[in-house]
Design a binder for this molecule. Sequence first.
Ligand code: SF4
Length: 387
Amino acid sequence: MKRAATLAVRAGSVTIGGGNPIVVQSMCATRTQDVEATAAQAKMLHEAGAGLVRVAIDSTRDVEALAEVRARVPEANLVIDLQESYRLVTEVAPYVAKVRYNPGHLYHHEKRKPVRDKVAFIAEAAARHDIALRVGVNCGSVDPAVAAKFEGADAPGLDGVTAMVESALEHCRYLDDLGFTRFVVSLKDSDPKKVVEGNRRFAAARPDVPLHLGVTEAGMLPDGAIKTRIAFEQLLSAGIGDTLRVSLTLPFAEKWREVEVGKQILADIEAGRFRSVPKDFGHGLNIISCPSCSRVENEAFVDLAFKVKEIAAYARDYDITIAVMGCRVNGPGETDDADLGLWCAPNFVNLKKGEHELGAFPYDTVLDRLKVELDALIAVKKPVVSR
Ligand code: SF4
């Protein structure tokens, strides 16, 4: 497979970029503090072939749990998803091969401190502990200062892509200035078109930096795999991409399928087996759902996502997006662009129509209200696809 000439970045026993085999990775969807479940899932993902296994960390109690997971699954190359408490990097670094930080999250914590100084803190910890970094930019949570600067810069349908790319480039410059070269970058969104556009632009500007590919909140099988495949086929066939993750909403016991789907997509591209992109892709019912992570507030979320897909099936020929998210932290923002959005709290589910909040509903009644809202949307729309 044609590959861009990126730098080689070692993370534990794998090397990303530099012409090395593309690393398939995955992430634990369990609560990090549930050590039994997290260790079991990390082991499952490693055994399925995940070169890197990511775990989200947001507190010192998470770090304590991480140490135990590390001890129980020493064979896995663990990666940490650093949330807003960036200073935790010094505590997690001894247990992991790589740390991912999100420039959008860095902006929010210790607002008076220059972002450059926070990056320096993270890079210094990474260098001291001999680990790699990922600058992980999400189109839906770009650093607000960068988002404001590039507002309106994109063509219709590609909103936020310029800000996403510029934010990634800015952080590359911070790391360059610090002399830190052991990093990869990711530019993700739930819309495959934005993922393709953002990664193409970034790769043209920084062909030396290894790229981690992913479509966020891709949803359930088979749609989630299709959305991801569309983006990966276009990028990998152009030589763009050194590691990847397929983000799917799956029952915890089946999380290994993320790795399986990733390996299958790679094998198909390698063998020249491209799936033709359905001509009308991007039209009709589009359900996006997060893969869940340690922030998920109620495991009933996975069941809810599957039920939403089931009850909304009758709307398949209408251009409608429904977003289902597992927590109150990212749920509100990540559902903004959907026609109907649901995000889960421990005992209730928030529902909104566009940006308008409709209220919080118990898990066992929210689907009734969702259906009422879906009926109302269909009543004013025309079917857009005939299948
Ligand atoms: S929406 Fe919340 S639960 Fe879902 S992946 Fe994102 S942070 Fe995790």
